[in-house]
Design a binder for this molecule. Structure first.
Ligand code: 5GP
Ligand code: ZN
Length: 119
C-alpha cells in the first residue's frame, strides 16, 4: 500500500495557484503577495517557491535564494512607495518567534510607524 501524500502547505498551494492571492511580484524562484490579514497599511509576504520551513532551515545551497528574498522584499517595498518613510522586513521562526505558517516568508510592513521592541 502506498503512503498517502500529505496535503501541501498553504503557501505551497499559493505558489501553485490552487489558493488565490494578490501577487505583486513573481520570478523564477520567488513570489510576493498581499497578506490576508494585514497588520499595517502595506503588508506583503515574500516567499520562495520551494518549500523551506523557516529561515532557520536555510542551508548553504540556499545562499543565493536567501539573498534574492531580501532583494525582492526591498523591491516590493519600493514599488509600494515605502522607501521615503521607511518600513520593516521581518521573518518569524518557530513557536516563540510567532510563526504560524511553516513555509519561510518575509513580512514587508509599512505605511505606519513601527514599534520597538516588537510584541
Ligand atoms: P507568520 O505568523 O507565520 O509569521 O505569518 C503568516 C502570515 O500569513 C500571517 O500574516 C497570515 O495573515 C498570512 N496568511 C495565512 N494564510 C494566508 C492565506 O491563505 N493567504 C494570504 N495572502 N496570507 C495568509
Ligand atoms: Zn510550503
Amino acid at each position: 500500500m502506498s503512503t498517502p501524500t500529505p496535503p501541501a502547505c498553504i503557501f505551497c498551494r499559493i505558489v501553485s495557484g490552487e489558493i488565490p492571492s494578490t501577487r505583486v511580484h513573481e520570478d523564477e524562484d520567488v513570489i510576493a503577495f498581499r497578506d490576508l490579514a494585514p497588520q499595517a497599511p502595506t503588508h506583503i509576504l515574500v516567499i520562495p517557491k520551494v518549500h523551506i520551513e523557516s529561515a532557520a532551515h536555510l542551508s548553504p545551497e540556499n545562499e543565493a535564494l536567501a539573498g534574492r528574498l531580501l532583494l525582492v522584499a526591498g523591491e516590493v517595498a519600493r514599488g509600494a512607495g515605502l522607501d521615503a518613510r521607511g518600513y520593516r522586513i521581518v521573518t518569524n521562526i518557530g513557536e516563540e518567534g510567532g510563526q504560524s505558517v511553516g513555509h519561510l516568508h518575509l513580512h514587508v510592513l509599512g505605511g505606519r510607524s513601527m514599534r520597538w521592541p516588537p510584541g
